[in-house]
Structures are given as structure tokens and as C-alpha cells.
Ligand binder design. Sequence first.
Ligand SMILES: Nc1nc2c(ncn2[C@@H]2O[C@H](COP(=O)(O)OP(=O)(O)OP(=O)(O)O)[C@@H](O)[C@H]2O)c(=O)[nH]1
Length: 322
Amino acid sequence: MSKAGDFENNDGVYKTLLESTQAIPWKIDWASMKFSYIGPQIEALLGWSVDSWVSVEDWAMRMHPEDRERVVNFCVSQSQCGVDHEADYRALTKDNGYVWIRDVVHVVRNPQGEVEALIGFMFDISERKKTEEKLLSLQKELEVLSFKDGLTNIANRRSFDAHFEAAWEQAQREQQPLSVLLFDVDFFKQYNDLYGHIQGDACLIDIAQTLSLALDGPRDLVARYGGEEFVVLLPGADADAAHKVAERCQRLIEKKAIVHALSPFSRRVTVSIGAGTVVPDEAALHTDFLHAVDQQLYAAKHHGRNRIEHVAVAVPNLVQAP
Ligand SMILES: Nc1nc2c(ncn2[C@@H]2O[C@H](COP(=O)(O)OP(=O)(O)OP(=O)(O)O)[C@@H](O)[C@H]2O)c(=O)[nH]1
């Protein structure tokens, strides 16, 4: 007799092989929906004894409630159609924990083509799931970080752009005002030259925190626009409201009293502010509006710094500044 023949005739060999694998083999009789076999490895993995696996009910009830309906419905429908399939779910352990399982199911038919039994393997995939979950949370963290400025921890330019575009479209749709404030730290090059770059960084962090404190609207956003420039987005704020926020920012920075020996303004760090308010009509472009606000910042610098200039022209429908 051939070696293969020897092997085929030896049920014990099969059993030993099946029961020494990591994967846990099982068999369910289709007519009775009862387990006719389950590998003893199941007890080491989940804690339930082999004898406790009687019917598909035991299988279904030892599944996480959030997974049960989806998995049971899927497996029943696939089996009824005679299609091999696999499903991932959390299996309940005897001590009330959960283990991620991948069940790989083969549908066995008799010579007439009728479903006779289901056989399968359960794989412990908890390690893989842990890695997947960790990757997912790292991905989320990365998404958050990619919208944050690394130095000041407030929103970055990319975040501002996304919020600004959304707010612009909403203002256009609802015909509501929208305001933007652009800030630039005065004489910052001299500050850096005098106190060094590290203290310059600390000054920018201080200003970012101060500006954050000045905002109270649920949709207001402060972001680092780049270098020593910051931007505040005020959806729904009319010119009056925006001007008040700009003044509050100025006041809070003044109160912070960051020493700048080369500043003509009480030897303290100050900011210049360009402000703009618009109720954008359908044709208005948000880039034109930002450009107009930037022009105001330029004007604030040009007119002596430490001041607010509020835009009143250059974009259709611009609301008159106070
Ligand atoms: N420490 C620090 N300095 C920065 C950072 N980003 C930009 N700067 C500095 O900011 C300074 C900006 O200089 P300028 O554009 O000449 O502006 P200014 O000196 O503030 O002059 P005015 O705006 O006209 O009042 C430069 O010296 C930059 O190196 C940063 O992240 N950290």
C-alpha cells in the first residue's frame, strides 16, 4: 500500500494533525444545526469546554452583541446559498473577555448537491486586530497633527483654508456676514535679533494662546497663517462684532506685556491687524476677499503699526467697516 493510502486510512493521524494546529477546526451538521466536532484547542483560547459547544445557538450567543446580527445573518445566508465564506467577530471568553476570531467556513455538499454540513477553522486574529486598531489610531493622530501648527499647537494654514472655504460657501448660501482678521507681529525681526530665535518662538506661542483666549464663538477659529502672521476666522460676525474681537485681541496682547526693548510702543510686543467683513454674493471669490484683508494689514503697517484697518472696498457686497 502507498504512503498516501496509509495516511488516508488513518483517522487518528488526521485528528492529531487537526488538534495540533493553531487554527481551531469544527464541524456543524446542517440538518440539526449541531456541532458534530470542535477542536479541543477551543478551550485554551476561549475557556469554554468542548462539550459546551452543542449547537449554532452556542456559537451565536458567544459573540459580541455588536457583531452578532451582522455575522449570523451573513453566515446563514452564505451557507444557504452554498457559498464558502469567512467572517471576523469578537468571541466571548468564559471570563467575560473577547477574542477576535476569523471563522473560515467551507460548505460541504452531498453527491446530490444538497448542503450536508459546514466545516471550518477559527483563527485567533487578536494580534492582527490590535495592530489594525493601533494603525487606525495613529492615522487619526496624524490627521489631527496635519491640521495643527507644530510650534504653537493652534490650527495651521491648511486647517484655516479648509474652514475658511466651508464658512465662505455657507455665508454665500445663507447670505450671512463673514469676517476675517489677519495679524502680523510688529518689529518681529528686531525681536528675534535682540532676544534670539528661541525666545522669538516663545513669543509666537504666547501670542497664539492670547488670540485663542479672545475668541468665544463656537465656529471661531484662530490659526497660524505663517511665520509671525496669525489669522482669525469669524463666521457670522458682522463688521461691528469683528471689530470688537480685533480690539479685544489687541487689548489682551497689550495686557500680556511681552517686553520688546526696540518697540516704540511702550517697549512691548504689539500686532498690526487687517480686518474684513463680507456678505459674499454668488460671484464673489474668497481669494479676492482674503487679498482685500491682506491689503488692510499692509495699510495697518504702512500707517504706523499697532493698529486695526478694516476693509470696506474691493469685493462685491462688502459690508461697510465701522
Ligand atoms: N522665532 C521665530 N521667528 C520667526 C518665525 N517665523 C518667522 N519668523 C521671523 O519673523 C521675522 C519677520 O520679519 P519681517 O517680515 O521683516 O517683519 P517685522 O520685523 O515684524 O517687521 P514689520 O512686520 O514691518 O513690523 C523674521 O525675522 C523671521 O525670521 C518662527 O517660527 N520663529
